[in-house]
Design a protein around this ligand. Structure first.
Ligand code: ADE
Length: 226
């Protein structure tokens, strides 16, 4: 999968996308994340990419021309399944969206800043608008990093134990059950016996029950449709 990201501060994406699992995904050739500094397409030698908003009011708006030229340039070599604008007024990101996006070949993310991007770019290029939650970030970069991470780890072969993503919280509308590792008794705090007995069927049943209990306690809204 190729993910292109247009940003005025690509530095913000460097660390989250170049370590740990995202680094491994890229080294294995399963994911290619390419960042593009919008200032390359600035309208003048001062690197201008934004301007005052029509109608007045505080805050700058990212201009059509640099974004138009950046997108057209990238489209000459890559066909995108989705052109995604990160914005607090987009559809709220969740695991099923991550699952669907992880099946695509090529995605283009546009990170907004200031007051956002000129509406005409949204109208004419953007195919999907995503928010990562009901709060306002200073730009779309951290949201893009969150989404790329959530998508990237779902690409087959990215995680060492391919099955492990299937058991993540939210994959079946349930939160994950508690997990334990050695020692079996720490300070008198004991691991549930059933996990030590080596019966995979019983372990599976225990995990399902535990996941239901955790979900009921912490996120009963997830169980509403069951
Ligand atoms: N840009 C600013 N805030 C955001 C949010 N909550 N989600 C996605 N992009 C954003």
């Amino acid at each position: 999968m190729i993910i292109d990201i247009i940003s005025v501060v690509p530095e913000l994406l460097e660390s989250p996308l170049n370590h740990s699992i995202m680094k491994r995904a890229q080294e294995k050739g399963l994911l290619q994340v390419r960042t593009h500094n919008l200032r390359k397409w600035a309208i003048n030698k001062h690197g201008q990419v934004d301007d005052y908003q029509y109608g007045g009011g505080a805050g700058m708006v990212m201009m059509c021309e640099p974004l138009f030229n950046a997108i057209i340039h990238l489209q000459t070599t890559t066909t995108y399944n989705e052109i995604i604008y990160l914005t607090p007024d987009g559809e709220t990101f969740n695991q099923s969206m991550a699952n669907r996006l992880s099946l695509q070949n090529n995605l283009l993310f546009i990170c907004g800043h200031y007051k956002g991007i000129d509406q005409r770019i949204r109208d004419h290029f953007v195919t999907k608008e995503i928010s990562i939650g009901d709060y306002v970030l200073s730009g779309g970069e951290l949201a893009a990093a969150v989404i790329v991470d959530a998508i990237g780890r779902l690409i087959p072969g990215v995680l060492n134990d391919e099955t492990s993503a299937l058991f993540d919280s939210f994959q079946d509308n349930l939160l994950a059950p508690p997990v334990y590792t050695r020692p079996a008794n720490f300070n008198g705090w004991k691991v549930p016996d059933i996990l030590l007995q080596g019966d995979p069927k019983k372990v599976e049943a225990w995990r399902h029950e535990a996941a239901l209990a955790v979900t009921k306690a912490k996120r009963p809204d997830l169980l509403k449709d069951e």
